[in-house]
Design a protein around this ligand. Sequence first.
Ligand code: URA
Length: 211
Amino acid sequence: MPNLSGVTVIDHPLIRVKMTELRDAQTTSAVFRARLNELATLMVFEATRDLATRAVRVQTPLAETEGAALVRPIIVAPILRAGLGLVEGMLDLLPDVSVAHIGLVRNEETRRPESYYFKAPAHLAEADVLLVDPMLATGWSATAAVAQLKEAGATSIRFVCLVSCPAGVAQVRDAHPDVQIFTAALDRELNDRAYIVPGLGDAGDRYFGTT
Ligand code: URA
């Protein structure tokens, strides 16, 4: 059993049902996209559960009352390409947040990710960053993405994925113990091609219909 400190496996009936459809090899790209969007919305709801709020006053049609505003802005940061599949569903719940983009490609010799694109908003240091990728497999991309965000000034990063595995969780938590991981499922293992088993296959290919 992996060390699960700092890892939240979000257990919710709707998430389990939608994950089942995502995993099903018979699911079409259209349905896969729809479920991924819905899961992104559900995940962001849980991953932001403990964000700090401050009291604000609001005037209803009947009286003034106390409300809440987030203390810090949120930035959604997808790891390209598959992370893009989670952005739309997150923005449904967070319509006015900024989106950073992190492009990483695997160097086939070193087998490690290399950066080909990085663009983040100027207020990175003041924001709670939701770094997103549907799959946490080896954890090398997530680790590199966190390092890039920190180098650019990020001080608060949460990693949100749908499927993770013990190796990926251990890699990210060892390299960046300050980064909490939110996942919809913690699967058994990686195979020798670095795919998560049972997993759901290649999330980017299934989302973009490039299989
Ligand atoms: N990336 C994917 O899309 N799927 C995996 O199983 C592992 C990495």
